[in-house]
Design a protein around this ligand. Structure first.
Ligand code: BEZ
Ligand code: FE
Length: 334
């Protein structure tokens, strides 16, 4: 008989991490300023310069926030409880922390400073939590949506470089909510992907596919982020949009969305994703023959979204990022 493994009696096990105390002494932190100063001094021990820089900045801003708001003990405990609930709401298919980052504008800001605009190129927008890896490959002219998922829309255009050259064989991932404003992943009984697909541009850089006309929809509101929006008096709607992710080697990866005009939530998008040059016009085509030609099984009318996607070559993207960072540093110093 083999011996039973001894059970560890500790629930929250704490062991020394093996790092020795620093070779300098710090004053006892018996004044608020000394807590900040001591902590900043301890960052001298951080080996990675980028982590040191980012963490020092974070601590500086966090401590300034505590000082400037004179936050009470109760308020801070409430904040910790809120963040705990955000974590506890996360599941393998639900990321409440990303949603928090989205509604606080952090996702949009991180995206904006990492993907600066390049003249003539399609701008980026937030990825959001509803991209999945399991989108089916579709043929040119194929459909990303099963029948009955919404009003017909046909999407067509060319993927080009900033100098106008068409880009063949670019991979386009595209996804959207159905006409009730829900993504397939929000349905409990999801057994296959819907309203999403992957296709490649043809030899002339062209693409075309059937989809459904996007509608505005609320971002998940049944968790702590939804409650936060109610507390601060903000709506939780995203304007109608169609997501794209376009990739081709030698070019900056593009994650974006197109936003048909006329939507009442365009300027107050709950996640700050809309940029002026991503707002598009949909054409209304009332022609049964045209609808059938494009493969819409019931014919009738459809919306037409014509859009040329413009990708940025990597060297241009690098130069744009350097210039943008320089400008921002200059503005910050001014
Ligand atoms: C989306 O567009 O899919 C989305 C983006 C951010 C938060 C929630 C949804
Ligand atoms: Fe979306």
């Amino acid at each position: 008989m083999s011996a039973k493994p001894t059970e560890d009696p500790l629930v929250n096990k704490a062991l020394p991490n093996g790092i020795l105390p620093p070779n300098f002494e710090l004053p006892y932190p018996d004044k608020p300023e000394l807590i900040t100063a001591n902590l900043l001094k301890l960052f001298d021990l951080t080996p990675d310069p980028r982590i040191k820089f980012v963490m020092k900045n974070l601590v500086n801003h966090l401590h300034a926030f505590v000082n400037e708001t004179s936050i009470t003990t109760e308020e801070w405990m409430k904040t910790i409880q809120f963040l705990t609930t955000v974590g506890q709401t996360c599941t393998p298919i639900r990321q409440e922390f990303i949603l928090l980052s989205d509604v606080l504008g952090v996702s949009a800001l991180v995206d904006a400073i990492n993907n600066p605009p390049v003249k003539g190129a399609t701008e980026s927008s937030v990825l959001g939590p509803f991209f999945t890896e399991d989108a089916p490959d579709i043929e040119q002219g194929g459909s990303i949506a099963s029948e009955g998922k919404g009003q017909y829309m046909y999407v067509e255009g060319t993927v080009r470089s900033t100098d106008g050259t068409p880009i063949p064989d670019a991979v386009i991932e595209t996804w959207e909510a159905d006409e009730s404003g829900s993504y397939d992943t929000q349905y409990k009984d999801r057994d296959h992907p819907d309203c999403r697909g992957r296709l490649r541009t043809d030899k002339d850089g062209r693409f075309g596919y059937r989809a459904v006309t996007p509608v505005a929809y609320p971002i998940p509101g049944d968790g702590p982020v939804g409650e936060l929006l109610i507390t601060i008096g903000r709506h939780n709607l995203r304007p109608n949009h169609l997501h794209f992710m376009v990739e081709k080697s030698g070019f900056r990866k593009l994650v974006t969305s197109l936003y048909p005009d006329g939507d009442p939530f365009l300027s107050t998008d709950a996640v700050f994703g809309v940029k002026k040059n991503l707002v598009v016009k949909l054409e209304e085509v009332n022609d049964d023959a045209e609808a059938r030609k494009r493969g819409f099984p019931k014919g009738g009318s459809f919306k037409l979204l014509k859009y040329d996607v413009v990708l940025v070559p990597l060297d241009e993207a690098k130069a744009a990022l350097e210039e943008f960072s320089k400008q921002r540093a200059k503005n910050a110093a001014a």
